[in-house]
Design a protein around this ligand. Structure first.
Ligand code: NAP
Length: 315
């Protein structure tokens, strides 16, 4: 299998890159990865993507961009890239089923994954009360009591979504003020189902077969107390999915891929866009914008290659 443009990852960055590359007649191939639609597809409601007066579901937004790109010839493949050989062009990619894909250009839009708390009980009780996706799992917590950890937009946005189901939502935050946007803060602070525990962290998640509680430490007094809850939703930021490129591309100290501000990486022909690059804005709209830039850069890169080849051949 060969493509002019292979896009790894199918969040707003990858799908928008597919739309632009498809409209440039490049017949891009999107390798969807583990989470089709990316993180946005796990978001209940997106209220700040321009053009949707009443907001739009995250899954629906991703699906729409995917269909829009398909209309112009984008192709999709459900696979995971496990190896990249960037030592020559075309680049050679290997999928989890051992298949080989060659690519004249590559757009890396592998996104980011939720950061884990790294406390006892978290891994053992994953999917048994510990969840990183309120949209996916909220329904299972009807009439229950759950904890959300974090004070950013994700914690409040997803926490507010959970209040549709739960009886009580407790937000444990390590400081006494929130990082989230004021509009979300107001909604959370005035919601009767929401209670805050300030200046505190979750030290452990308890339970054998399922979550039965958390140990909460007050960072000022050092006191630890047990809190009986049925679920824990950590929303403490993200880690870029850049491991595949650790020996190929430049990454910063936190693992974000370094680009030149025009989505170009240090390897000619490889571009990067979205949450795998951006540790500042991290919005669906900025990811989509970078996806557009990456596709345009890939288009120009291919045109230059073609021109150089023709010139060399004396055409
Ligand atoms: P974030 O903005 O980085 O917030 C992470 C939160 O977790 C912060 O409150 C942070 O505390 C806390 N935290 C970090 N490490 C921790 C640890 N080890 N233990 C306990 N708490 C910890 O991440 P995010 O909320 O996932 O948002 C990521 C990006 O997506 C942001 O740019 C956000 O604006 C965007 N986003 C936007 C929307 C929206 O617009 N509706 C929705 C979701 C996400 P401190 O505050 O003390 O640092």
């Amino acid at each position: 299998m060969h493509s002019n443009v292979v896009i790894i990852g199918s969040g707003p960055a990858g799908l928008t890159a597919a739309l632009y590359a498809a409209r440039a007649n490049l017949e891009p191939l999107v390798v969807r990865g583990l989470q089709p639609g990316g993180l946005i597809a796990t978001t209940s409601e997106v209220e700040n993507y321009p053009g949707f007066v009443d907001g739009i579901g995250g899954y629906e937004l991703a699906e729409n961009i995917e269909k829009q790109a398909a209309r112009f010839g984008a192709q999709y493949k459900d696979a995971l890239i496990t190896k990249v050989d960037a030592s020559q062009r075309p680049f050679v990619l290997t999928t989890d089923s051992g298949e080989t894909i060659t690519a004249d250009t590559l757009i890396v839009s592998t996104g980011a994954s939720p950061r884990h708390l790294g406390v006892p009980g978290e891994e053992k009780l994953a999917n048994r009360g510990v969840s990183y996706c309120a949209t996916c799992d909220g329904f299972f917590f009807r009439n229950k009591k759950v904890v959300v950890v974090g004070g950013g937009n994700s914690a409040l946005d997803e926490g507010l979504f959970l209040t549709r189901f739960v009886d009580e939502l407790i937000i444990v935050h390590r400081r006494d003020s929130l990082r989230a946007d004021p509009v979300l803060q107001e909604r959370a602070l005035s919601n009767p189902k929401v209670r805050f525990i300030w200046d505190s962290t979750v030290d452990a998640i308890t339970g054998d077969e399922k979550v039965v509680g958390v140990k909460v430490r007050n960072l000022k007094s050092g006191e630890v107390h047990d809190l009986a809850v049925d679920g824990v939703f950590p929303y403490i930021g993200h880690i870029p999915n850049s491991g595949l490129f650790k020996d190929i591309l430049e990454r910063d100290e936190n693992g974000y891929i370094v680009t030149d501000g025009r989505t170009r990486t240090k390897v000619p022909g490889i571009f990067a866009a979205g949450d795998v690059v951006d540790h500042v804005y991290r919005q669906a709209i900025t990811a989509a914008g970078e996806g557009c830039q990456a596709a345009m850069e890939a288009t120009w890169f291919l045109a230059e290659q073609e021109y150089a080849a023709k010139k060399k051949a004396g055409a």
